[in-house]
Design a protein around this ligand. Structure first.
Ligand SMILES: C[S@@+](CC[C@H](N)C(=O)[O-])C[C@H]1O[C@@H](n2cnc3c(N)ncnc32)[C@H](O)[C@@H]1O
Length: 346
């Protein structure tokens, strides 16, 4: 069967870039329709099927498309949970699939202006109950075998079932949440936590990190918690709670004014609040200090309306010393994205 429909989600303001990526990566005629302007949209292919679209997008790793979910059901809807349960139940009962023992996560989102009488949390409760009682599936929140994704607007209901890896993220809408800790130094810490998960890294495996543009110290605090020695460079002050840590060296300087031994670090992270070209110049000047094969995680500020150009220029400026592994706009990135790179061997 051909024809495939999905809901795509990007960070707010970057949906046009996500749509451009879909066009480029899938290379098949595609139609778009807004659900939430500049953030959430339907995308529909008439000439290819679901799996082909999923495979192409997964394999080519979109930067701005944060999350996708299949649309197997699209119905006009007056907001009653009975109708919703009926359609979704019919979908689950169709095609002879057995859901017995399958770990199912129900993820429900709604358009901002949704005013329907049936609330997403009530609908989720009801669906969890039906999955258990009628299908012998196991309702779960994490580590699901399948995700049942539902999107509600005033007047329409969209739903579909997929494997978590086919959604690009197993979090609802790709909105990964971390618990805020007591005494947490900065929200920026979430960016590095998300980068660690998104790029499949384990910072505990590294020995010694250079953190460029470290203040007030959210990234530094995470790396210290993971057991690394950290050299933090920033003319601005680090949070005083960090300064007691014997594994921390703080150089209260501009990153253009510091020198290190060659290959002193196996991890370089940079979250400097500078334009992408100045950032790349400073990082390039310090690359000798990252050992060959070492990892770099770098935030790139995006020029307004020229996101692809900023990305291209940053990658070009940092090469050949750093080879791109993956670029991704993380949920915790604002007008920026994050690069995961490896120091080349020469
Ligand atoms: C967004 S903040 C970094 C937040 C940090 N990652 C955290 O988790 O707390 C950007 C930092 O870059 C620093 N910065 C800007 N230019 C710099 C330079 N030339 N050298 C070193 N640090 C710089 C700023 O002082 C600022 O503290």
């Amino acid at each position: 069967m051909s024809g495939a429909a999905f809901i795509g989600t990007s960070n707010r303001g970057f949906a046009q870039q996500a749509q451009e990526e879909i066009r480029r990566l899938v290379e098949a005629p595609v139609a778009f329709q807004w659900l939430v302007p500049n953030e959430i949209f339907m995308f529909t292919f008439s000439t290819i099927g679901n799996q082909e679209a999923i495979d192409k997008l997964q394999e080519r790793q979109p930067v701005f498309l944060r999350h996708m979910q299949p649309v197997d059901i699209e119905r006009d809807w007056q907001g009653s949970d009975r109708e919703a349960l009926q359609w979704i139940g019919d979908r689950l009962g169709a095609a002879g699939e057995s859901w017995a023992g399958v770990r199912m996560a129900v993820q429900i989102r709604k358009a901002e202006q949704y005013t329907g009488e049936c609330s997403p949390s009530e609908l989720k409760q009801e669906l969890d109950r039906v999955l258990d009682s009628d299908f012998a599936a196991i309702p779960v929140v994490k580590e699901a075998d399948r995700i049942l994704s539902v999107f509600l607007t005033d007047g329409k209901l969209f739903a579909g079932v997929s494997k978590p890896q086919d959604n690009l993220s197993d979090w609802s809408g790709g909105a990964i949440r971390f618990r805020r800790e007591d005494g947490q130094i900065s929200r920026a810490k979430f960016k590095l936590l998300e980068a660690e998960a998104a790029f499949g890294l384990d910072f505990a495996q590294y020995r010694s990190a250079l953190d460029i543009g470290a203040a007030p110290g959210g990234w530094t605090s995470l790396l210290l918690e993971r057991g690394l020695h950290v050299t933090a460079v920033d003319p601005a002050k680090l949070d005083p709670t960090l300064l007691r840590d014997p594994k921390l060296t703080w150089l209260q300087k501009n990153a253009g004014d510091v020198t290190f031994a060659s290959g002193a670090f196996d991890l370089l992270v940079c979250d400097m609040s500078w334009g992408h070209r100045q950032m790349a110049k400073l990082v390039k000047g310090l690359l000798y200090a990252l050992q060959p094969g070492g990892t770099a995680v770098i935030t790139v500020k995006l020029m307004h309306k020229k996101a692809f150009q900023s990305l291209r220029e940053a990658i070009q400026d940092l090469s050949p010393g750093l080879e791109l592994q993956q670029a991704k706009q993380l949920f915790h990135n604002r007008d920026e994205l994050t690069l995961f790179m490896i120091r080349s061997e020469q």
